[in-house]
Structures are given as structure tokens and as C-alpha cells.
Design a protein around this ligand. Structure first.
Ligand code: 3NM
Length: 215
């Protein structure tokens, strides 16, 4: 269960970027069109609201064999029996990875955000870590900096675990990332802000497939 395969289109949710559609609507459409991992990341909802939404999202994910990851909160991930949790620096300060692993158990996926090549190469070999995210590559509304694409190739080659690239990725720049060896792409707005969510997912998936077929 814990092994993450490559060539995923990974949707991170964000109701504030969903143009008056619910996260459940966006996720359902995105899964229909081929998203393979979903992370629930809703910064404005309470624990109880997240528990309810999480249960519904997990249901759609499970029916479609899609991994369901919860952002930030180990206890929420455990409460809704998600497939795993995605942790940032602040989360790890509160609950070091060995504690997070103890709480979650061996079967759950732990992903960790990284923002530099040094951090990526330090974090990826840790035994508790199943994948890393690397970004933000491009300008994105949720961060006040971007790190660019210079290290995409090296991180792809040297990371001990699968890498999910994130941050401002959309159809107009995804080739720059994939051509440098990226195998997994995560997005919020490229999908949540799309007028035609299914159409957009299919286009992004096709890009990832093109590079998968080349390898
Ligand atoms: N984490 P969009 S970038 C949630 O680099 C998140 O750790 C990032 O949103 C990181 O695809 C990011 O809309 C935002 O740019 C991604």
C-alpha cells in the first residue's frame, strides 16, 4: 500500500480557487478524467467540516482506486482513515516524522514538502518518507516565492523516493517540467479554476503520458 508509483497527476484541493463549485464536485470530475492522487487541503474549514468532507472524498477516491491524502493533520488523516498525510515544515516541527509514523502506522503514506535540492536530498532517504513534493517551481498564489526549474532534473535523478513537482504548473509550462525528468505533477488551480475540469485533466494527463511513453 505504501509504495507510490510514478506518473501521477496529483490534485490538491482548494475550495477558495474552485469558482463556486464544491471540492467534492471538482474532485469527482477530476477523478472521472484521470487524476490518480487527491490531497484534501482546505485551510478555512474546521476539523469537523474536514472530517465530513474527507469521508465523502475518501469514498469517491476508494471507488476509483485513487489515493486519498490529507494535508497537515495526522489526527485528521487517522480519523478518516485516509491513505496518508502530506506534511510541511511546520507540521514536522510539531510532530517529528518518527512520531507521525508511530501515530499513523506502517501502512499509511507520508509525503513531505521540500523547497530546495539540499532539503529534497536530505528528506527523501528518511525511512518514514514515502514521497516528497518539490516546489514551488513557478509563481503561485499560495506562496510568496518560487524556486524555478533548474533543479528539477537533479532532484528527479537523485531523490530516494518519488517526487511530486508543484507550484504554478499548468498547460503552458508543464512541458518544461516533464522534459527535465519530472514524473509526477501536482496542481491546484490548473484544475480547480478550469471551466471544464474533465477536459483540463485529460489534457494534463496526456502530457504526462507522452513523457511516460518516451521512457
Ligand atoms: N505547495 P497551484 S506550491 C500547496 O511548493 C502548494 O510546497 C507548494 O498551487 C510547495 O498549482 C503549492 O495553484 C500551491 O500553483 C500549488
Amino acid at each position: 500500500m505504501r509504495k507510490i508509483k510514478n506518473y501521477n497527476l496529483y490534485l490538491v484541493t482548494g475550495e477558495e480557487y474552485s469558482s463556486n463549485r464544491t471540492t467534492l464536485e471538482i474532485v469527482t470530475a477530476a477523478i472521472n478524467a484521470g487524476v490518480t492522487i487527491v490531497q484534501m487541503r482546505e485551510k478555512k474549514k474546521s476539523f469537523e467540516e474536514l472530517k465530513k468532507l474527507g469521508a465523502a472524498l475518501k469514498c469517491v477516491c476508494r471507488e476509483n482506486n485513487v489515493l486519498f491524502i490529507v494535508n497537515d493533520d495526522i489526527f485528521l488523516a487517522k480519523a478518516i482513515d485516509a491513505d496518508g498525510v502530506h506534511l510541511g515544515e511546520e507540521d514536522i516541527k510539531k510532530y517529528p516524522l518518527n512520531i507521525a509514523r508511530e501515530i499513523l502506522g506502517d501502512d499509511k503514506i507520508i509525503g513531505v514538502s521540500t523547497h530546495s535540492i539540499e532539503e529534497a536530498l536530505r528528506v527523501s532517504p528518511m525511512p518514514e518518507v514515502d514521497y516528497i513534493a518539490f516546489g514551488p517551481l513557478f509563481y503561485t498564489k499560495t506562496k510568496n516565492y518560487s524556486i524555478g526549474i533548474n533543479d528539477v532534473r537533479e532532484v528527479s535523478l537523485k531523490s530516494a523516493k518519488p517526487v511530486v513537482f508543484i507550484g504554478g504548473i499548468d498547460l503552458d509550462n508543464i512541458d518544461l517540467v516533464l522534459a527535465r525528468g519530472a514524473k509526477n505533477i501536482a496542481v491546484i488551480r490548473a484544475i480547480t479554476e478550469a471551466e471544464d475540469v474533465e477536459g483540463k485533466v485529460k489534457l494534463l494527463k496526456n502530457k504526462i503520458k507522452q513523457y511516460e511513453n518516451k521512457n
